[in-house]
Design a binder for this molecule. Structure first.
Ligand SMILES: *Cc1c(COP(=O)(O)O)cnc(C)c1O
Length: 388
């Protein structure tokens, strides 16, 4: 039997041991932990919808009508009218022919990629893609070409040399730990030139970008039949789940072949109802996206002169790259003592030597909370520089 105690001790020695902090009460900009009120810049609830009254009301109404569980997988008897409504609304919302909802984003990516490509095909994957895109590509058994982050020449080279019949480029739309956007227009051009498709994971753009929160494609103003679009429903949408949208026959194929759709219990209908309520709020409360944009601009203005580089990001994800694992955890602890919860992100989530504080802003924050975080970071930077 493997010595797990020793393995854990090794992680601890490398400042790589991860811990969980149980939260009491509801999601929001202030989280209660061990009886303390922490101002948190740690969630992906970018619009502040996770505890929105309209979503709560939708769940309460649905749970009274439909109960809690879905009872079975979609292809047996778990497919509810609420799922049908949600799939149709999501397709309409993002302006694509058809959509299909999965229980999580992780499941969407690990189920869809292997349904699209297989042995003898090729996947071209950005080096900073999310773990579940990597896992999806591996599960597909296609050949995997990893290109350096955003490096279009390297990607084109690999596409030009590939003899594969089916070529799938896979990318985060908004990179989850850096906050920057993929060069989507250029990726689509490469798809046209090399007869490839683009699987675009918009976990951090859906709800946040675009006039009504339709996501990165609407933000950039691009459409293409070559795009398989994926958005998650547990981040800006405030609920749980994910969807894939695109060509109608492709979606019909996923219903047949995406193993994480076929072989799992359907998402509870009450959650489908909650997501429909979030789409309503995306449209009816545009001030949330506006407020988020204001927070991003004001935080970036305040953090320009810190000793750590603030990555170029116009999204809710604002990473301060500290480098060393122990250092980043020390900074996190220092901020924690001051009442701020900002997660330190270490390898393997980010490349070796690029540990960072991942500040995530939400529409739920007040301008005062954002200013207080900036003040705390400036103070912490001063004391740390003196100590170092
Ligand atoms: C969070 C995330 C996922 C996974 O989505 P879940 O619904 O949380 O499983 C997939 N891709 C990216 C880029 C993500 O950030």
């Amino acid at each position: 039997m493997r010595d797990f105690r020793a393995a854990l001790a090794d992680l601890d020695a490398a400042s790589l041991l991860r811990t969980r902090r149980p939260v009491a009460g509801e999601q929001g900009p202030v989280l209660e932990v061990d009886g303390r009120q922490m101002v948190a810049f740690a969630s992906n609830d970018y619009l502040g919808l996770a505890a929105h009254p309209k979503l709560i009301a939708a769940v309460v109404e649905a749970v009274q009508k439909f109960g809690v569980g879905s009872g079975a997988s979609h292809l047996i008897s778990g497919h509810h009218e609420e799922h049908e409504r949600l799939d149709a609304e999501l397709a309409r919302f993002v302006g694509m022919p058809k959509a299909l909802t999965f229980s999580t984003g992780y499941m969407a990516n690990t189920g869809v990629i292997p349904a699209l490509v297989g042995r003898g095909d090729a996947v071209f994957s950005d080096a900073l893609n999310h773990a579940c895109l990597i896992d999806g590509a591996r599960l597909s058994r296609a050949d995997i070409h990893v290109y350096p982050h955003g490096h279009l020449d390297a990607l084109e080279d690999a596409l030009a040399r590939s003899p594969a019949r089916h070529k799938l480029i896979v990318s985060d739309a908004v990179f989850s730990m850096d906050g920057d956007l993929a060069p989507v227009r250029e990726l689509v051009e490469l798809c046209d030139r090399y007869d490839a498709w683009l699987f675009l994971d918009d976990a951090h753009g859906f709800g946040v970008l675009g006039p009504n929160g339709e996501g990165t494609l609407a933000h950039i103003g691009i459409r293409s039949a070559r795009i398989v679009y994926m958005g998650t429903l547990g981040k800006a949408a405030g609920v749980s789940g994910a969807f894939v949208a695109g060509d109608a026959a492709m979606i019909d194929w996923l219903v047949q072949r995406a193993r994480t759709y076929v072989f799992t219990t359907a998402m509870p209908p009450m959650l489908a109802a909650a997501v429909r309520a979030s789409l309503e709020v995306f449209r009816s409360e545009p001030w949330r996206r506006e407020r988020l944009r204001e927070h991003i601009a004001s935080l970036r203005r305040r953090l320009r002169d810190l000793p750590w580089p603030l990555l170029e990001s116009s999204t809710a994800i604002q990473p301060l790259v500290v480098g060393d694992n122990a250092r980043v955890m020390h900074l996190m602890e220092n901020l924690w003592q001051r009442g701020f919860w900002v997660p330190g992100i270490r390898p393997p989530t980010v490349p070796e030597g690029s540990a960072r504080l991942r500040i995530s802003l939400t529409a739920g924050h007040t301008p005062e909370q954002v200013a207080a975080l900036a003040d705390a970071l400036v103070t912490v930077a001063e004391t740390e520089t003196i100590a170092a």
